[in-house]
Unconditional design. Sequence first.
Length: 277
Amino acid sequence: MSKPDRYAVIGHPVSHSRSPYIHQRFAAQTGQNLTYTTIDALPADFAATARRFFAEGGKGLNVTIPHKEAAFRLADERTPRAQRAGAVNTFALRAGGRILGDNTDGAGLVRDLLNNHRILIAGRRVLLLGAGGAARGALAPLLGLKPSELTIVNRNVLRARELVEQFSDLGHLRAIGYQDLGNDPYDLVINATAASLAGELPALSPGIVNTRSICYDMYYGREDTPFVRWAHQRGCARAIMGLGMLVEQAAESFHLWRGVRPDTASVLSALTAELRS
């Protein structure tokens, strides 16, 4: 058998990542000969580490917190959706050693919301927590589903306003700080901050949700994240962790790398059972 192609996820921290589990199952399902590991790189080391991976024969990288905007700058060329997002979560090696940057986050999020959870976005009020790389990747696909309005809240409101300027041509957007959240409930609240990874919760006003609200955390854990617990405590209609987004965006990356689209339902079911065991 020929030597397997090498893939990995790069981030900091990254030991918690379930991406190796997912991609190994995609490979087995589709008969692809590859390995997939994790690479922990500090922000100062990210660019050199990523380039070394490709120089040593690597074929593709997933990029996670906190490197998605740095990955955008590192890419030699970018897909239209990565260009629009201003953030990259997937690298693929191209001819001549050039690195292609893509962003599969938004596609993964939308597919999870629509297909796995049957959540209606059109005409709904949406609140997006955070203005970093994860939020950037989600904005264009979310706005493509025609919410009545989409509000971005961030500790540094200037960063949120920058996103409003960049994406306002796609829909009704506004930017606020956490102190301005108020008590007007949203239909869908999406946590795109990294707070859950640190076991923390953004400074949320309880009035932003009611019994009809759906809360979605892009991150996940073996137990409910602080954001999901907060949503349950306030009686939200549903509170969801982002395992489905993780699997769906991984399938997008896998398709870019290998040219085949894996079945996500079986892998998501296996991953959910594994985390609960």
